[in-house]
Design a protein around this ligand. Sequence first.
Ligand code: ADP
Ligand code: MG
Length: 381
Amino acid sequence: MSDYYIGLMSGTSLDGADGVLVDFSSKKPQVLASATEPFSDSFRAELLALNSPTDNELHRAALAGNQLAAVYAKVVAALLARAAAQGISATQIQAIGAHGQTVRHQPQRTSSEAAGVGYTLQLNNPALLAELTGLNVVADFRSRDVAAGGQGAPLVPAFHQSVFGRPDAIVAVLNLGGISNLSVLSHEPSSFRSPISGFDCGPGNALIDAWCQQNTGQAFDAGGAWAATGQLLPVLLARLLQEPYFFKPPPKSTGRDLFSLAWLREKLASFGTERPEDIQNTLTELTAYACSADVLSYGKNSKELIVCGGGAFNQYLMERLQTRLPFLCVCPSDRYGLPPLQVEAAAFAWLARQMVRREPGNLPSVTGAANPRILGAFYPA
Ligand SMILES: Nc1ncnc2c1ncn2[C@@H]1O[C@H](COP(=O)(O)OP(=O)(O)O)[C@@H](O)[C@H]1O
Ligand SMILES: [Mg+2]
């Protein structure tokens, strides 16, 4: 029987929306089609503005949700065209899992605020997406985990386990999106003694992209070529690594709320005359250092580090990770059957399927939620 789902992901890099059509009918999920739609410069700028308190933000956030639904619908149309070429019709697709665009992620505001819980906010308009596509839509995957006392993130480790897990070895998976997250997969995932672990390491591409954009006008440092022309600034690196987030034990998650250009400017305040390329080199090293330190602390028995997310295309960053982790193989995820930009999108297809089947999507060992929960809200076609 067909078991097709679409997953749509637009992450903290604000580069655009990635979509996949996945067939879950065999043991390992199969991606049948993929499509990407970049955000326009003006939409990216608006989303970036909405990541911080700004003027008339409720109205602007609602409009941004509508615009995102339109971008998502374009990705779905491209996927459906590719599906039709394989003899698959829209009516066979069970649901779309649509992540939305995170603009605030503060899962642990516990002081005197309402109900003593925090929140995570993904802009989206799943109702409009259901109208535009005529398909069932599942959205708002993170809120339930936060309501259950969890971080609401990362939600991908259970999917990582299903595609990259091995019965004979511990495997580490690093997603280099705007924020980086690590999954350490177990060879006995259901065992209490060795549960799957996962958490956000800190910045992935977010600071690398922001500094590159500000200094070169390019949205990202292709291949890490610009960073590679610079020299490491050890004093600055040490300063950046003092950020308390790096010392927190998991469960933990973060976002642009913390790792922003404003954060970087504050750290750079006492530095003045450094060359921009040296700062770029140091920001790339920050990502490599923070991620590799987490692998050493939580995944040191892994034989391989499977890297997904667009950061896998940053050759210089990949080299720095490999140099810092000489005892394991640092490899992009396509070597394991899923290209780097398809992994997170496929995870949201999987999460939509979990919701439709009324099965949990979170892992309490990862997010810190009280229990497994069914994640997401359903918008019928
Ligand atoms: N050729 C490349 N060289 C360097 N970095 C790249 C390249 N292609 C993509 N990237 C990086 O990947 C990011 C997008 O990765 P993605 O996995 O979509 O992140 P997110 O989930 O946060 O949107 C871009 O913003 C950029 O930083
Ligand atoms: Mg992206």
